[in-house]
Design a protein around this ligand. Structure first.
Ligand code: GLY
Length: 408
């Protein structure tokens, strides 16, 4: 009887091992197929992006920068170099060349730089990080030159000139009265200051970035780690006058792109300082976004997490792109469970954005890569349209994914 029992047990064990091998093999095969599928989808999307930007390049008037495209009026909207988005076009071209490993757009990038470089002295905007670091910063990362470094140092000086010690923040928007307006978006401009500090050895840039991030951490966030869009400080006392929105649905709502700027911004803060409080903040923001009941399954958010007409509200592809890119960096700084969660979410977003629903057909969409971005609903501008920053962060996310794909 004992022999029989041992015999039966050994058969059972063999079968269990067999099933385990089959199940593991199948799941490995499945996940590698799924991985390959996304890699192919990304290569397709990157190739499409090169063709789209080659097409867009031909439509762009001298010294103008892509803003958006209105399909119904077939209108390509552009801006001058002083608009906050001017750095995204050359930045996207640089990423596309980096990805193709050949200088397809080199001439165009240099042409744009000749006009854009004057913004290094612009002290009227806080957006110098977007404008100068996404452009000249990327160029300098790949090919450091004294000329790029000088432009970036002057840009950092201009940005730092907007810092006020009493408020503890860089001013986002100028105001006529004693208002001192700071928006969550401003977290994205700090990377330029970290670069300047490292390059020059002048710690004051580093200190300004840290003070700005600390004040923002203290005042911009709600207990659930969603953020206000705008904090209005009293410029004379530094006290808070108002917490409100400009581009979101309501003062108390969670404007999707604002959440994405915060997530990306605090991830960069951790990279630059290795201070754990910034990592905790980035994780808390990621958890707010990814656990939100209004985040769709495909993980491209509605333009505001509290938009009144969800599930019929518009999605914002640009917020999705920024979140994907940020998560692909954040996954490197957290434990295994979080890392898997963030990589999976980023993959889902990239998968969604590179699907037919979001990826523009060749020769359409004014040459922009992504459709369905939301610029400014309260102002009734740029609604359900392509956006230059959506394209930039989407291409950045795809590049980040490719660089890290052996991990996934
Ligand atoms: N305020 C910049 C943005 O639309 O995100």
């Amino acid at each position: 009887q004992t022999k029989m029992k041992t015999f039966l047990e050994s058969i059972f064990l063999k079968n269990s091992i067999k099933s385990l091998i089959i199940v593991t093999g199948a799941s490995l095969l499945f996940s590698s197929c799924a991985g390959n599928k996304l890699e192919k989808q990304i290569d397709f999307a990157l190739n499409r992006s090169v063709n789209q930007y080659s097409y867009m390049m031909k439509q762009l008037p001298e010294n103008r920068y892509p803003k958006t495209y209105f399909a119904d009026k077939q209108k390509f909207e552009t801006s001058k170099s002083d608009w906050w988005c001017s750095g995204f076009y050359p930045g996207t071209l640089i990423y596309l060349d980096e990805s193709a490993k050949k200088p397809v757009f080199e001439k165009e990038i240099n042409r744009v730089f000749q006009d854009l470089k004057k913004e290094q002295f612009n002290k009227t905007t806080h957006d110098l990080g977007f404008m100068m670091f996404c452009s000249f910063g990327n160029a300098n990362r790949l090919n450091p030159t004294p000329e790029y470094a000088e432009i970036l140092m002057n840009s950092a000086k201009s940005l730092a000139s907007r810092f006020d010690e009493k408020v503890g923040c860089i001013k986002s928007w100028d105001a006529k009265d004693d208002s001192y307006l700071v928006i969550i978006d401003n977290m994205m401009n700090l990377e330029l200051l970290f670069w300047a500090s490292e390059y020059s050895g002048d710690k004051s840039y580093y200190d300004i970035a840290v003070k700005h991030a600390n004040t923002t951490l203290k005042n911009h966030f709600r207990p659930d780690f969603s953020s206000y869009h705008v904090i209005n400080y009293n410029s004379k006392t530094g006290e808070i006058k108002q917490k409100k929105t400009a581009q979101g649905y309501a003062d108390e709502s969670a404007w999707a792109r604002g959440q994405s700027w915060g997530l990306y911004g605090y991830t960069v803060m951790y990279r630059a300082t290795k201070d754990k409080k910034y990592l905790d903040q980035a994780v808390a923001i990621a958890e707010f976004i990814l656990n939100h009941p209004n985040l769709p399954k495909d993980k491209v958010p509605y333009w505001d997490f509290n938009a009144p007409n969800i599930p019929d509200a518009l999605r914002d592809s640009s917020a999705g792109a920024v979140i994907a890119s940020a998560l692909l960096e954040l996954e490197n700084y957290v434990d295994k469970t979080h890392s898997k969660k963030y990589a999976a979410a980023a993959k889902t977003i990239i998968q969604t954005l590179s699907s037919k629903e979001y990826l523009a057909e060749e020769g359409t969409n004014g040459g922009f890569i992504l459709k369905h971005g939301v610029g400014h609903i309260p102002q009734k501008t740029e609604i359900d349209v392509p956006l230059t920053y959506g394209d930039y962060y989407f291409v950045e996310a795809m590049l980040r994914y490719k660089k890290q794909q052996t991990k996934h």
